[in-house]
Write a protein that binds this ligand. Sequence first.
Ligand code: DC
Length: 225
Amino acid sequence: MAQCPVITVDGPSGAGKGTISHLLSAALGWHFLDSGALYRVTGYACVLEGVSWDDHPAVTEIARRLDVTFTTCPSGEIRVAYQGVDVSRAIRTEQGGRGASTVAAIPSVREALLARQRQFRQPPGLVADGRDMGTAVFPDAPLKFFLTASAAERAERRYKQLIAKGESVSLPRLLADIQERDARDSSRAVSPLVPAEDAIVIDSTATPIPEVFERVMQAVRQQGY
Ligand code: DC
């Protein structure tokens, strides 16, 4: 299916990637790949199976045989299941993010998940959300976006989300976590978090998401999609 179009949306967590990619796949009627969920499920499966995130061969084995399924609900929401059990919420915790970021730094884990990610490329098209969609997984994608925002702004957004959910969190702690995760994601040897050379970079620090989406859609329309 090499000719099937892919639009890649990369960037650090909290930059609005998830929202923009969901809106985009809904607007185009294309498939959606949440690649972060694959790393999150891998980290989560390690915890369930008593495997340390530092045990590279064992984590790689888990990634290779990862029994994960994505189901789109009538509401448009995507549910993630591991071994048939819904883990959509469980993988979205702060610990889930740390586990994902840790296992994602292991080159053999990235390799193990590569083919699985490429299988999402199905007609009529794919919107792929992640860190290395435009650089490593779909380098031939005809349209690539890289969304970014300052760490302070991303921490603030995450803080508001968690407070709205009734969770008690500390803003300085969130900011420190985001900075730590950015450093790990950007400095790893394989597929670090960097924009593809041909990516359209959008900084959303001072730009509301609807405006970011409008800019994305302009570029999409220019491509004739
Ligand atoms: O997008 P997310 O927050 O669900 O991603 C969780 C972690 O997974 C993130 O810290 C880095 C890693 N990740 C990655 O290395 N490559 C991807 N394509 C997607 C996520």
